[in-house]
Design a protein around this ligand. Sequence first.
Ligand code: SF4
Length: 394
Amino acid sequence: MATSLNGKTAAVIAHAQALFDDLTFTAAREWKAAAPGRKVVGYMPIYVPREIIHAANMLPLGIVGGGDQLEVIHGDAYYQSYICRIPRSTIELGLSGRLDFVDGMLFPSICDVIRNLSGMWKLMFPNVYSRYFDVPQNYRDDIGGSFYVNELADLRNDLAQIRGRPITDDELRHSIEVYNENRRLIRDLYAFRAERPWQAPAAEVYLVVRAGLVLPVEEHSAMLRDYLAAARAEERPMRDNCRIVLTGVFCEQPPLNLIKSLELSGCYVVDDDLLLITRWLTADVPAQGDPIKNLALAFLHHSESTAAKYEPNQKEKGQHLVRAVKRSAAEGVIFACPSFCDPALLERPMLQHVLKDAGIPYIAFKYAENSGQMQPIREQAGTFADSIKLWSGA
Ligand code: SF4
């Protein structure tokens, strides 16, 4: 991928690729070792308020499974075969010592699998702080909002105890500002790719965004700036690809080869729900006032829609996907869901229904993080791209 790139783009991508390949999390280990008392708190998909971890001077570390390079031996013994792979490879990461430097783990309330994993983590690693991080499914300020404010306050207190002193409001406000900037840069990157997808290939964008799971947020923002500048300056040919929105990939991540295969088969990815944590909040969180309340209100009123989030308004169900298609001028949608992923696969028929009504073409397939055979996916995506070109008369 990097051979024909200018030096700046190639350097950013090489750095991001090295972070992606490193299953022992060397960068996070080095960050922790660089000063006494530093702590690392891991989190799983989809969303945790990283601002609170950052405000405690800790490193939030995204753990999104083992990918296609990790051989899962112990993890398979903990779970039946008919569930997704991410909990098994995460257990493998833990039992093989790859996460032995992690001081805490947060398991967001996305599905039963991750909830159960939080309990298993407590049993397996009793000396590690483990928390099932619950988020509201009621979006009224006085109900779900009150619940969530308490949940955030509990997390703040827990982390304060681990570091040995309170987390101040000013520390939280500073962290909110730092993450606002990071989210703005990622929004810029997504907007740039939607406008000129040949200048920012999906696999590159993925690697650069994913680096944000393991780097301190300040370093990651610098990387995003570097990549945006380099990608804008890059001369790349525009291909006759169709433009698609990729959805369903919010938890267990597809292999990098799958993302590359989509583009090789003639599809430009112009929007996706990969690594949603990095842009879960869709607007800046106010940095003035009560920071915990501001984080809670941002979750209630300015957060992404996804299968793991309750949508009380039936008319609104799936409209986020229609809006994503229009916003990014996409011509179709590819549903790619992890095998056995209850939230994604239960949601998919409802979303397909909405797309059908809106006249938006789609295809669907499943994957696992270690899927190796890309030819069927290339064929399916290539045929989809061709048929869109045919229907549109281009
Ligand atoms: S891939 Fe789906 S089923 Fe598996 S842990 Fe993630 S959300 Fe749950």
